[in-house]
Design a binder for this molecule. Structure first.
Ligand SMILES: [Zn+2]
Length: 219
């Protein structure tokens, strides 16, 4: 039975890299993944999914009003689609999520959505809310706070300062996002600038090791 998967995490946990690996696995078996990306999350208008490690793939962008079932049917008409992968799923609208369930239930095609759960105010994104409500399988991709505890929250940082107010989605801003444990989110402690980004980069480069390198993470 095909299922709708929601694989969520905080920032810098390697979600996009994971999506690219899954797409690659399908292709190795001669199958076709359809990669979708909401335009709301495509800050640079690239039409691609780009991992923090710099690995990228072309994706089909979609807008707030796009019907994903119709998009799927059009793509499936060109060449049979074996699975649908969605990046930045938090930026979807409710109707997008419902349309994804129609792809799963009506066509038996698995759909895997990668995205955040919590926004920087620690509220759910619209896409996240309906993915939690509709997904068959909900899986966490784990990452850690600078202190070593599991990170469950995302802080917005502008000019080195923890920011708690503002729009949920900033377009073209100079903000960065930092994954924190609950305690340090509440305390507003974003960690040391020299240790935090280095640790994040190291995790990503480890995850980017090619398969078969013999040292894949045990997560
Ligand atoms: Zn912490």
């Amino acid at each position: 039975m095909a299922q709708l998967y929601y694989r969520y995490s905080t920032m810098n946990a390697g979600k996009t890299l994971e999506l690219i690996k899954v797409a690659h696995n399908y292709e190795e078996r001669g199958k076709r993944p359809l990669i979708l990306a909401p335009r709301a999350g495509d800050r640079y208008g690239t039409g691609k999914v780009v991992s923090k490690a710099g690995i990228e793939r072309d994706a089909v962008g979609f807008g707030d009003d796009t019907n994903l079932l119709e998009l799927f049917l059009a793509e499936n008409g060109v060449a049979a689609v074996d699975c649908v992968l969605v990046d930045e799923g938090q930026f979807m609208k409710k109707h997008h999520v419902v349309e994804l369930t129609e792809i799963v239930d009506g066509f038996g095609i698995p759909v895997m959505v990668y995205g955040l759960k919590n926004d920087f105010k620690n509220e759910l994104f619209e896409g996240s809310e309906y993915l939690l409500l509709y997904a068959d399988k909900i899986e966490e991709i784990k990452t850690i706070c600078w202190c070593g505890r599991k990170a469950t929250m995302v802080a917005r940082v502008i000019d080195g300062k923890f920011v708690r107010k503002g729009e949920q989605i900033l377009v073209g801003g100079n903000e960065i996002y930092v994954s924190l444990c609950r305690k340090h989110y509440k305390d507003g402690m974003i960690g040391d600038e020299t240790t935090r980004p280095a640790a994040a980069a190291e995790r990503v480069s480890e995850a980017a090791e090619p398969a078969g390198a013999g040292n894949e993470g045990g997560e």
